[in-house]
Design a protein. Structure first.
Length: 276
C-alpha cells in the first residue's frame, strides 16, 4: 500500500509578508503525499497574486478564493469541501511546519487507530526568534477544557471521517475567534480521543499584537462557548466559573498577558534559539 494522502487546509487574509515562507515549509516536508488547499479570504494586499505564482511551482496546491471576507470558520469549511485525504492537517499562514511534521503525525495515526487527532508541541516565535516551547497535555481529556484548549489548532492532523462526523466548523458570530474551542467541545461530546506529540514540529508566531485582539466582546463570545460546551459535556454547575477566564484575559493589559504566557513556555536549548 502507498502512503495515505494528507490534505492540508489553510485560510489566509493579508498574509503577503509570511505566506511564501509558510508554503515553503510544506514543500520541505519529508512526507510528500499531500495536497495543500489554500483559500484566500478576500485579501486586500498581494497575497492572492503571490499564491498564484507559487501554485505554478507545484500541482499539489489548490488555490481557492472568497469574493468577500468570510473569516476562518467558513473559509476552512470551504477548504474541507475539496479535501480528498485520509488525514486532514491544519496550517496557519504566518507559521511554519518543521520538515518531519507530516511524516511523524501520519506515522502516529497509522500506528494508533484509537486516536482521532494528533497535535504537536510548537516553538513560539516572535520577531524571528524562538521564545520557547509550548506543550499541551500528552493525552488531553474532556476536563482539559476547564483549563486550556487541548490541542494547538494549527498543529493538528485529524482523521477525515472525524472532521466529517463533526460537521467541520460552526459558522457563527460567537465563534469568530474561537472556532477551534467550539470544535473541541463537540469532539469530546462524540467521545473521540486525541494525543499531543511532545516534540515541537511546528513554529507558531505569537506577539503582543495577538493579545491586543482579545477584546472584551470577543471574550464574552468565548465565555458563551465555554458555557454551552460545559452544558454539552454535563460538567457540574460549580465548574462553570471557569467560563469567565476569557473575559478576565480581555480586561487585563495585553502586555501583562503576553509576558505571562511567555513565562509559561518551556525553555529551548540555546543551540536551537536561531532566527526563523
Amino acid at each position: 500500500m502507498g502512503k495515505p494522502l494528507v490534505s492540508i487546509i489553510m485560510g489566509v487574509y493579508n498574509g503577503e509578508d509570511t505566506i511564501e515562507k509558510c508554503v515553503n515549509s510544506i514543500f520541505s516536508q519529508t512526507y510528500d503525499n499531500w495536497e495543500f488547499i489554500i483559500c484566500d479570504d478576500c485579501s486586500t494586499d498581494d497575497t492572492y497574486y503571490i499564491l498564484k505564482k507559487i501554485q505554478r511551482r507545484d500541482n499539489r496546491i489548490l488555490l481557492l478564493h472568497n469574493k468577500k471576507n468570510k473569516r476562518l470558520a467558513a473559509t476552512l469549511n470551504y477548504c474541507l469541501q475539496y479535501a480528498k485525504g485520509k488525514y486532514i492537517a491544519r496550517m496557519d499562514a504566518d507559521d511554519e511546519s518543521m520538515p518531519e511534521r507530516l511524516e511523524k503525525q501520519v506515522g502516529f495515526l497509522e500506528a494508533h487507530p484509537e486516536y482521532a487527532v494528533v497535535g504537536t508541541a510548537r516553538y513560539i516565535t516572535a520577531e524571528g526568534k524562538i521564545m520557547g516551547i509550548r506543550r499541551g497535555y500528552v493525552v488531553p481529556d474532556r476536563s482539559t477544557l476547564l483549563k486550556d484548549v487541548p490541542y494547538g489548532h494549527p498543529t493538528i492532523m485529524m482523521r477525515e471521517e472525524v472532521y466529517r462526523a463533526l460537521g467541520g466548523y460552526r459558522e457563527s458570530k460567537d465563534t469568530m475567534r474561537s472556532e477551534d474551542l467550539d470544535l473541541w467541545f463537540r469532539f469530546y461530546a462524540y467521545k473521540y480521543q486525541g494525543y499531543n506529540i511532545q516534540e515541537p514540529l511546528y513554529k507558531y508566531t505569537e506577539s503582543i499584537c495577538d493579545y491586543k485582539k482579545r477584546t472584551l466582546i470577543a471574550g464574552i463570545y468565548t465565555a458563551k462557548i465555554f458555557l454551552r460546551g460545559y452544558k454539552m459535556l454535563d460538567f457540574p454547575f460549580y465548574q462553570y466559573i471557569f467560563a469567565i477566564k476569557p473575559i478576565i484575559s480581555a480586561i487585563l493589559p495585553s502586555v501583562f498577558m503576553y509576558r505571562y504566557h511567555v513565562r509559561k513556555l518551556d525553555s529551548v536549548d540555546t543551540t536551537h534559539n536561531e532566527e526563523v
